[in-house]
Design a protein around this ligand. Structure first.
Ligand SMILES: [Ca+2]
Length: 143
């Protein structure tokens, strides 16, 4: 793959914003969309089902049968590419392969989160006559 053909594949910031907005409008669960959820959206493109399943295979980079926001952007990009009358690639162009993302370390709290926790703690403390109830602790555990 030459760099020249790679350029045609680059998703612009504006496009990515649109794809991301579309992704979140489909009510992803835990940041992921199932095939069932995107099916209607994909079919609206009027692309034949066998090509849509090819697009799905190309864009589901980690083969978990779910699309995250990055994979969804690839899928939409391929759909738009095809709608411009171009043939789909047989494999995903290198520049579309998402960079491996560092895993979020959820145990590390930011200062802002700490502040939110503190406010919840204080509010609960006020509401429940000077001590934290079991229910409040349960709530804090889940946020
Ligand atoms: Ca996936």
């Amino acid at each position: 793959m030459t760099s020249e053909s790679d350029v045609a594949w680059i998703i612009t910031g504006e496009e990515r914003t649109q794809y991301d907005a579309l992704f979140y409008s489909q009510n992803p669960v835990d940041g992921l969309l199932t095939g069932e959820k995107v099916k209607g959206l994909f079919l609206r493109s009027n692309i034949p089902a066998h090509l849509l399943s090819k697009i799905w295979r190309l864009s589901d980079v980690n083969h978990d049968n779910l699309l995250d926001v990055g994979e969804f952007a690839i899928a939409m990009h391929l759909i738009h590419y095809h709608l411009r009358g171009k043939d789909l690639p047989s494999s995903l162009p290198q520049c579309l392969v998402p960079e491996p993302q560092p895993l979020n370390n959820v145990s590390v709290m930011t200062e802002k989160e700490r502040e939110i926790y503190r406010q919840v703690f204080e509010k609960q403390n006020k509401d429940s006559t000077g001590y934290i109830t079991g229910r409040a602790l349960l709530f804090m555990h889940h946020i």
